[in-house]
Design a protein around this ligand. Structure first.
Ligand code: SF4
Ligand code: SF4
Length: 469
């Protein structure tokens, strides 16, 4: 390097293409894998089926962004109810933080969409090509008609699954009726009749699903996902981690003829823990960011221990305190109480806000052009625009009245305002004041709205002004 050249730190090249050196996971069964598979596929089924659920004749969970109405079963939220969504997100985030502090990366191993879709896509490979050894051999074999066919079949199934995933995602926003129900014929070929934003969303979600689960796979967890790194910072000595018992396992070694087993630890160097690892790491190297704590290595090693007649748990869920300090872990610790208190406050506040919420909204804006004017009958007139929103699931007719006040009267364009579920309506109203009775300056007024059956009512304050005369 010449003296004029600045010192450069070499940047490590990151290759996100997991297909160049595929991790061919050996699928294993066992206690944790049974829990994992049931959890993962239950979540997957929930994701795929929830948009098809109907409540009161409408899609039960529907985030109708174009009309800015968000339906969650019997509740309708509008954009101005965004704080409910923010509260839901906060509760979900703090629940995740709390679970991570106590149970480690269970989200990553058991519930993360990346893990679920990667598991599903690897199963497709296993189904088409064969188990781990066959897949490794398949990768190394020369390209021929059979290899081309099988590889294409895998890619085709991945693509179909990606399209189904994208269509489901978009259904939460556009509605299943629209995504799956609007087709037109191009000759004899049916084609979806979607607006541009749906086509763009479909393309983005299809591409993202295919790339994440088929192409990047474990590299997504290792190189990109910030939550994997972030979680490690949240761990303490009592956080559950999947760990190899180094003291018990070492020195590791195969039980060859002539070897005295007493000279070796319990690890028989079968590498099953590495073969089943979805991120391709060796848990015996210690806790690593790439470990998503799926516990596949726990189940695999337990099976091996059973076969060789050693006690289970050479790889197990444990804590740093148990492993390094040989003392029992503490579950009840100050962080738990802090998280629980925070969650209790957030959940309590949200439940109160939801139960206290009236599914009817009134907003009053003053006519900005003129504060007040005098009409031909000598009455002072104040004009307002009243916005009514029916947030119930049914059609209702509403009446607007002015809280009785001497010298003030209300004039409406319509006495009854019928609104279908979720509808908003802006109506101009005028309040007249007798100058002989109404005090000069500003007088507080209240507008009341009530549904025809008396079930829902709201009030909103504003002012009547004599200024501008
Ligand atoms: S599965 Fe268990 S015995 Fe086999 S290599 Fe891994 S730790 Fe050792
Ligand atoms: S090391 Fe074990 S727990 Fe961690 S990702 Fe691999 S198989 Fe799962």
């Amino acid at each position: 390097m010449s003296a004029s050249q600045p010192n450069r730190i070499p940047i490590k090249q990151i290759d996100l293409d997991a297909t160049k050196q595929r991790v061919h996971t050996r699928f294993v069964t066992g206690f944790y894998q049974n829990i994992r598979v049931v959890t993962m596929y239950a979540l997957l089924a929930a994701f795929l089926l929830l948009p098809w659920l109907r409540y009161d004749g409408r899609q039960a969970i529907w985030f109708d962004v174009p009309s800015q109405h968000y339906y969650i079963f019997g509740m309708t939220f509008l954009t101005q109810d965004f704080y409910f969504i923010a509260a839901f997100a906060l509760i979900a985030a703090f629940t995740l933080f709390m679970v991570t502090v106590f149970a480690g990366r269970v989200w990553c191993g058991y519930a993360c969409p990346q893990t679920i879709w990667t598991h599903l896509y690897q199963h497709i490979e296993k189904w088409v090509i064969g188990d781990r050894n066959k897949r490794i051999k398949f990768d190394k074999s020369a390209m021929g008609p059979t290899k081309a066919f099988k590889r294409s079949l895998v890619y085709l199934i991945w693509f179909v699954l990606s399209v189904v995933t994208a269509a489901t995602f978009v259904s939460y926003v556009a509605g299943t009726n629209y995504v799956f129900g609007s087709w037109q014929m191009f000759g004899i070929i049916p084609f979806p009749d979607w607006p541009t934003w749906i086509w763009v969303s479909m393309f983005i979600f299809t591409f993202a699903t295919y790339a994440n689960a088929g192409y990047m796979r474990e590299q997504m967890c290792i190189q990109i996902c910030p939550y994997g790194r972030f979680q490690s910072v949240m761990f303490d000595k009592d956080t559950l981690i999947v760990s190899y018992d180094y003291e018990r396992g070492e020195p590791r070694g195969a039980r060859k003829k002539g070897t005295n087993p007493d000279d070796l630890g319990d690890c028989i160097e079968c590498t099953m823990c590495v073969q089943v690892c979805p991120t391709g790491i060796d848990i015996r190297d210690g806790l690593q960011v790439a470990c998503i704590q799926c516990a596949a290595c726990v189940d695999a090693c337990n099976e091996v221990m059973d076969k060789v007649g050693y006690p289970r748990g050479l790889i197990r869920y444990t804590t740093e305190r148990q492993l390094a300090e040989k003392t029992p872990s503490r579950v009840l610790r100050p962080r738990l109480f802090a998280y629980l208190a925070l969650l209790a406050i957030l959940c309590g506040g949200l439940i109160f806000a939801l139960t206290d919420r009236v599914p009817l909204e009134i907003d009053i804006r003053r006519d900005r052009n003129q504060l007040s004017s005098m009409n031909a009958q000598g009455m002072i007139e104040n004009s307002y625009v009243v916005k009514l929103t029916n947030k119930t699931q049914d059609e209702h007719t509403y009446k607007i009245t002015l809280a009785p006040q001497e010298g003030l009267s209300l004039q409406l364009r319509f006495n009854d305002v019928p609104l279908v579920a979720g509808e908003s309506f802006d109506m101009s109203v005028s309040v007249y004041g007798d100058p002989a009775v109404v005090a000069s300056g500003q007088t507080p007024i209240t507008l009341n709205v009530i549904s025809e059956d008396g079930q829902y009512s709201v009030s909103k304050d504003n002012v009547f002004t004599t200024q501008g005369q």
